[in-house]
Unconditional design. Sequence first.
Length: 183
Amino acid sequence: MRGLHPFAHGEAGRAAGGVSDLVCLADYVLVEADGAKRLPLKAHAEHEPVIPACAGRTVCMVEVDGLGAPVSQTCHRPQRFAQLAGVSVDDAVTPEAVVDAVLARRNLGTSMDMAPIVVRVGPRFTAGVDCHAVVEIVRGHTLGRTHYEGSALSNTAAPGLVGGFAGGVLEAILHVGGTFSAR
């Protein structure tokens, strides 16, 4: 595996040919690509994130530091985050709000003329009306299926079977930043 070049903050984007020239330098080029004005969370504008054409894979990451704090204090573009998540700027940020804001699962103006192919996720979009395709998100045999007309299945909010089990309580035995030792 070829080595990785540690670029200083923002330096990769200013490289002579941009990110596309960096892909020949290493097997993997990781780019932290979107600033949030030093806040843990960000609501993307319509034109964001800008993804280079040479990108082979994108990974969405969010900081958990913002969970539990008010949207107004922890999010870049708090009004947009609240709109995307369906919450108030005074509400505490929850994991569900982050998922709704990142996936933009509410139709806030998506239309088929926004790009040559517009794909949305979940039941709040209709293929052939506000997008070209909708991806199924409900667990089961249709998960990941692409609909080219109509909508995805509605979320039942009922947990599905995983390994023969459904429901239950997840108990944290170690908190983020905690330490542990092997027995």
